[in-house]
Design a protein around this ligand. Sequence first.
Ligand code: UT7
Length: 325
Amino acid sequence: MSVLRSVVLGCGSYLPARVVTNHELAKAVETSDEWIVQRTGIHERRIAATGELTSDMAVHAAKAALAAAKIEADSIDLIVLATSTPDQTFPASAVSVQAQLGIHHGAAFDLQAVCSGFVFGLATADSMLRSGSFKRALVIGSETFSRILDWNDRTTCVLFGDGAGAVVLDLQEQPGTREDRGVLTTHLRSDGRHKGKLYVDGGPSSTQTVGHLRMEGREVFRHAVSMITDVVVDAFKATGYSAADIDWFVPHQANRRIIDASAHKLGIAPEKIVATVDRHGNTSAASIPLALADAVADRRIKRGDLVLLEAMGGGFTWGAALVRW
Ligand code: UT7
């Protein structure tokens, strides 16, 4: 029996031009290239130009995704923009993206699940497509974390960067077999008891300021691998797939050690890992589509491949998705 699925038609990404290396950071705070590479795998990150907004980067990524999908912007009727660094408190940055793409119909909104934002956005758009409310969606992750970093805090400022990535989802009838393309399953979790371990110390309702990112890195690290593996196991159980069936593992790009430890615990072979964290650091909601776009561009991820996505971040929030490309 045929089923409706959200099929990925294309993906794209954008990184701002300015590269900031570990060596450059070591001139500003007490750190070293060696420490950063050893603890995180990060070599450099990108920083948005003055006046370059989250919505601007999202538009670049969206245009690249539309071009890859070979479709016109006005066939999109849903935009879900995952971000924790919107242009303004409101309106949603998604409506700026919608306007810049020349789309005047459908709906556009922001979604906030910090580093899990892209997986939450994918799950949300997938549900809204399959419910019959919309036909074609852009799911975007775009972040300017450089604007909420405390550049004097070496424990956080070396970890994050700016960037954007996007995918186009199209509602299509699939045969309802193991060969089905599209989003096969999504699993979302959150647990607010951990909200003080990774947060921004400002906001409109509390301080009337934007605030700075604060993190108990060791505590986040401690929870990350078990939360990630739990939710991936849920995705395997729901579909009957196992680690051996996965063609590509595209995790949230926060720390190479977390990525490798999660893959190891799940039994995913190292050569199936897509890692771009070395080149852009932790770009929060943008990191998964940045990695996806990289692996699609160099033809690692091909039509028919089984791709596992996962993320974990502030809240805590965490989630996983299985997608047949
Ligand atoms: O997207 C989800 C959100 N974030 C994450 O996933 C991040 C999760 N956490 C991590 O990735 C790691 O915990 C970090 C990379 C943040 C830190 O690595 P760690 O191995 O957990 O190091 P640590 O926090 O235990 O710090 C070790 C030492 C400390 O010195 P003492 O107390 O041992 O003397 C830190 O003060 O390293 C020191 N340190 C630094 N040294 C040089 C902390 N930051 C730096 C730095 N450069 N930038």
